[in-house]
Design a protein around this ligand. Structure first.
Ligand code: SF4
Ligand code: SF4
Length: 399
């Protein structure tokens, strides 16, 4: 078992046990002061449209409309440019990428460019014929997300009746030649279901399971106090996973992505700012991470006007927090700065009001007491039944 942490999207970060990894299966180290020559993965946010309305969605609060989305041709060019600068993997995500009618064409374009193609999906809307078409077009990997092991809680969190469809997709995947990851987004109202989630995984064809605790950006930040698990819940979940480690060894790789509010040190967010990943928003804006729009001082170049290599090498947004010149104390003189890069810039903005501050989840941050106060509030009350928490802020759909 590996202890990691993550948002509802693709990047996987670590707390304490492992830092700065991504799901390419390897993690090439790049010295802090060195600008990496190329991104390794392209996160393609094809659309912000989604049939689900998850209360922890990491999409921005201001969702982009369908009319602003890049065309098939523009995405195909971006994928070719990505491959030409050394990107190895395209992660199709959203919103729900299946909402794009041209998804099969985009998978084919990514594969033709020589990229490993991964689809991060809720499984809606999908039928067997379209799944076959995606696999035929060259899809290598599907990450299927579940809101929990039980239908009622999953439907409540997603604001949609989605659980039954996910089970159908899981069954269809059993017969397809495509790698499968099951992703469970973990929070206060489902963390006690981890044994049932593991049973679901064991009954399927998956070889990898992620228990990804919610990361607090976007809609999750707005619903934070209702989503953070208690310390006791977190400890129990780790005990469950420890007990199953031997049984699953060699069959299913389990990754537990911890809530970094409980961590001693922050995550190496995105493997370091502008070091390994590029995210392209539905309208073509290029971002160093999915939450970067919360930082008001940043401006983003758009792939309609700029090539991917230009953006990677010289755009303001990608340059802003590369290296260590921007760091403040205690990060500037800390031995861990080449491991976690001072944590998450967006979290620093959200919690400290300063994107260049030490991530306040770090125990060395002068603002760590603010995080401790949030956790004290969360731990003061026992988790309640989900049905008694009707005051969610659901993620809507863009026009
Ligand atoms: S609403 Fe849910 S399924 Fe849709 S993009 Fe957000 S987290 Fe993913
Ligand atoms: S002080 Fe900065 S570099 Fe050191 S552990 Fe905390 S966040 Fe990381």
């Amino acid at each position: 078992m590996t202890l990691l942490e993550c948002g509802s999207l693709t990047p996987f970060w670590s707390v304490e046990l492992r830092q700065g990894t991504f799901n390419l299966g390897y993690d090439p180290e790049i010295p802090l002061g060195m600008t990496p020559s190329n991104p390794l993965a392209l996160i393609a946010e094809l659309t912000h449209r989604c049939p689900l309305h998850c209360v922890y969605c990491s999409n921005p609060l201001e969702l982009q409309a369908r009319r602003d989305e890049l065309s098939t041709e523009a995405w195909s060019r971006v994928l070719r440019e990505a491959a030409s600068v050394g990107v190895l993997q395209a992660d199709f995500t959203g919103g729900e990428p299946l909402a794009r009618p041209d998804l099969v064409d985009l998978v084919r374009a990514a594969r033709a460019a020589g990229l490993y193609v991964s689809l991060i999906t809720s499984g809606m809307p999908l039928d067997e014929a379209r799944l076959d078409a995606l696999v035929e077009a060259g899809l290598d990997h599907i990450q299927l997300s579940f809101q929990g092991a039980r239908e009622e809680a999953g439907n409540e969190i997603s604001g949609t009746k989605a659980h039954a469809q996910k089970l159908r997709v899981l069954e269809w995947l059993r017969k397809r030649r495509v790698a499968v990851t099951l992703n469970f987004v973990i929070h206060r109202h489902n963390i006690d279901q981890i044994e049932e989630m593991l049973a679901l995984a064991e009954s399927s064809s998956t070889t990898r399971v992620e228990f990804a605790n919610v990361q607090y950006y976007g809609w999750a930040f707005a619903n934070r106090e209702q989503l953070l698990p208690t310390r006791a819940q977190l400890d129990r979940s780790l005990e469950v996973l420890k007990r199953t480690e031997e049984r699953l060894r060699g069959k299913i790789r389990v990754e537990f992505i911890a809530p970094d509010y409980y961590a001693k040190y922050p995550k190496a967010c995105m493997g370091g700012w502008g070091r390994k990943l590029m995210l392209i928003a539905p309208n073509g804006d290029a971002l160093p991470c999915h939450a970067a729009r919360v930082i008001p001082s940043l401006t983003f170049e758009n792939v309609r006007n700029c090539s991917l290599p230009e953006i990677w090498e010289s755009s303001d947004a990608f340059q802003k927090f590369r290296g260590e010149e921007w760091m403040q104390e205690p990060c500037r003189s800390c031995d861990r700065r080449a491991l976690d890069f001072g944590g998450c810039r967006c979290q620093a903005l959200l919690l400290a009001g300063d994107a260049a501050a030490t991530d306040p989840v770090c125990s060395l941050s002068p603002l760590r007491p603010k995080v401790d106060a949030i956790l004290a509030g969360v731990n003061a009350s026992a988790p309640t039944e989900i049905a008694s928490r009707p005051d969610w802020l659901y993620r809507p759909n863009p026009a």
